[in-house]
Design a protein around this ligand. Structure first.
Ligand code: DX5
Ligand code: ZN
Length: 217
């Protein structure tokens, strides 16, 4: 099995001590930055300036998870901020392909995300374009929610689909992952583990290796 990557979700870090949070998790694999607009999801978080600050404060590659309407209108800003991968929700735009083309043209990794209620079949015509598939395992918008157990079957189905095709693709899982369920999630086929509260907890990530020890691979 290839190495499992860990992507701390900075949403759960202490905003007053962001630099320290980034130092604490500097041995992780990539940063996961949650961008929320109060429309696509019922919460507001950070924007491009925050992404740029995280890039300055960390050597890790950065995946920018856009939970915003009309994401294609903002791609330029998030690319300029230094995103290495940008993840678009298929539910957020009728123009997902336009977004994908812009990311490709700018040499930015193409991430595509699905809400828990969205079937894998929506990916049929864009499959070849995806570098990272991000399956939401909570309803997007907030950290600290419980993993939706029905998503284990979806992770397995996505794993089978990926393995049956030629295209290399990362399978990432986002929402409610913790030390108690991460083994099962990896067994189902996830290879990138996004985690916020399980990593930053109430110590801003000082002890995050306790979580890492529970991640197989
Ligand atoms: C939720 C975000 C997640 C969130 C995960 O909408 O996309 O990345 O920060 O947080 P936890 O790991 O606490 O569920
Ligand atoms: Zn996220």
């Amino acid at each position: 099995m290839s190495k499992i990557k860990i992507a701390p979700s900075i949403l759960a870090a202490d905003p007053l001590n962001l630099g320290k949070a980034l130092q604490n998790i500097k041995e992780a694999d990539l940063l996961h930055l949650d961008i929320m607009d109060g429309h696509f999801v019922p919460n507001i978080s950070m924007g491009p300036a925050f992404v740029e600050a995280c890039k300055r404060g960390s050597d890790l590659p950065c995946e920018t998870h856009l939970m915003i309407e009309h994401p294609e209108n903002f791609l330029g800003d998030f690319i300029a901020a230094g995103s290495d991968i940008i993840t678009l929700h298929v539910e957020s735009t009728p123009h997902i392909f336009r977004g994908i083309q812009e990311l490709r043209a700018n040499d930015v990794g193409v991430g595509v995300s699905l809400n828990p209620g969205t079937p894998l079949s929506v990916l049929d015509s864009i499959w070849e374009e995806i570098d990272l598939l991000l399956l939401m395992t909570v309803n997007p918008g907030f950290g600290g929610q419980a993993f939706i157990p029905a998503m284990l079957k979806k992770i397995k189905e996505a794993r089978d689909l990926i393995d049956s095709r030629d295209k290399e693709m990362e399978l990432a899982v986002d929402g409610g992952v913790n030390a108690g369920n991460v083994r099962e999630i990896v067994s189902a086929g996830a290879r990138v583990i996004v985690a916020g509260s399980a990593i930053f907890g109430d110590d801003n990530g000082a002890d995050w290796k306790k979580f890492r020890e529970k991640v197989p691979g």
